[in-house]
Design a protein around this ligand. Sequence first.
Ligand SMILES: Cc1ncc(COP(=O)(O)O)c(C=O)c1O
Length: 400
Amino acid sequence: MAATSLASPAPITAISRFLIPDLPSASEVLPYLRQLDEARWYSNFGPLVCEFEEKLQRLLARADRTPGQGSIYLTTLVSGHHALEVALHLIGITRGKKVLLPAVTFPACPLSVQHTGAEAVLADIDPATWTLTPDIARAAAARHQIDAVMPVALYGVPLPVAPWDEFSRETGIPVVIDAAAAVEVQQVPQLGVVAHSLHATKPLGVGEGGILVSRDSHMVERARRYSNFGTSERICHMDGSNIKMSEYHAAVGLAQLNRWDAVKQRRGELLSLYLQHLGPLRKFLSVQPNIDAAVVSLFVLLFTRSSGDSVMRELGKRGVSTHRSYFPPLYRHPHFANAAVSDVNGGVLSGAADVETKQEHMVNSESMFARVVGVPFHSFMSEPDLVTVVEEVRRLVYDA
Ligand SMILES: Cc1ncc(COP(=O)(O)O)c(C=O)c1O
């Protein structure tokens, strides 16, 4: 048989991968695995999960900028997706209900809605903040049935909670904040629920995992019970599933918390360097508003004039890995082709409309999709790597 001739693979460099997870090493996890060996307790809210939750709770309480507004409660789960799903379930989202969420986010958001039997309505985004705002939700709710809203802390940039609390008080509509990549930086609202992801690609990665956070202890207790087949003392009291975190993931989580300050510091330094080097290119591109409030894991540039496709093509030729995470907008994904869409004024197009008509309707999501490109951002980049990326971007915008 003739040997297949393969092109030699491109060398792996720090800039040939736009994201490299930064998890604890085996030796950092080992002390916790030894505890597992001792205890022989592997799941069902064992000592490591309890310790991980206590430490997370202290971390979030310390970061809480609204002391006196009530305590923070949380439970760990198998994933951020399941945190969203259980939150929707517990606020009564079922068949016949409609949940508004931004068209620019990860598929986990509309999938969690669909899994409750409800329908996702995809909202256009605010061009100033790149995401769904209370004003956009208000406009949609004034004209259509909306039973819950799922705003998203896009790329880990936290959402202001007071306006969402105000929205819920005013409309009576509950809010589930998807703050997948915003552990610690996302404040906890008075009324809503927050879902975080501990997926390997997130800043506080443990492999797979999620956290549900609320100021309502009853809600968190019910989520915890739901996560273990709806049981307490082996008696089933409510609907449930098996979505609790294992001791193995908590072991990684505890090791990750030990290095959390260093992880944050490294990502903060990288962000400052990027902002400093990109400064002279301000007329050609912008970065996400309020990005310095995030612990960045995905770094995205919005080009003023250049098309995202051509930027990706050109950077690819120069060995720079790029991405367009959370794009295309969800209504362009085949699985969500039947979802209704809502523009920023609350004008809803039914799911039956064809995708071209939806694209015309969703002006801001489309405008971003045409011009957005993510560039490498991870702890393993050196300053020269970062300067190379910026230099390639600079050449490209000047050549255009
Ligand atoms: C915005 C957003 N929401 C939800 C999720 C789901 O989190 P998980 O992967 O932990 O299920 C992700 C995961 O990448 C995400 O990016």
